[in-house]
Design a protein around this ligand. Sequence first.
Ligand code: E4P
Length: 218
Amino acid sequence: MKFFIDTADIDDIRELAGTGMVDGVTTNPSLVAKTGRPFADTIAEICAIVPGPISAEVTATDADGMIAEGRKLAQIADNVAVKVPLTVDGLRACKTLSDESTMVNVTLCFSAAQAILAAKAGATFVSPFVGRLDDTGTDGMGLISDIVEIYANYPEFETEVLVASIRHPMHVVEAARLGAEVVTIPPKILGQLYNHPLTDKGLAAFLADWEKTGQTIL
Ligand code: E4P
């Protein structure tokens, strides 16, 4: 299972890359806007820090515009994955860019029908937004289960399920249980995955007992 981090914050990315847990990064226009930094420079910097796929989203809404923007973004680095929205134009752009061997992440997926279309368009990744579905009273992880099951019926589908809009550690655990290939995790939630009070308590007890021995390892 691959862990991407869902942020455009360079400091966070640098710090988390050091954990050895990060296989890629996803950004979106909102995350880039939060940094207040130039888009292309930010993507180039992220691509140099993390060798895996780095999603950079187009902002044109017509297919030709998305293709032109996608080609420009793809020139930033070999590991750019062009992110396009799940619209008719987005999937036309996805097909063209994928045929040119550019990685494409189809974003804003909210149904199994949309995920089938993304796979047929040759997407490298499809990003179903589980948290935003949960917010509407719909079962986000149920959608992941449906997509994983459907894709398994068609070995010719090479699209990886990238679980997005993660809101808590159980979204990550459930995505793993269902066999999704990738989760994109906000930095705060990646930190939460490490935590368990029994780990802290157990470590404190071990260290207290060790101190009583008066020994050191080095
Ligand atoms: C995914 O690629 C998106 O950037 C992200 O997961 C959206 O998450 P949000 O619903 O928390 O904004």
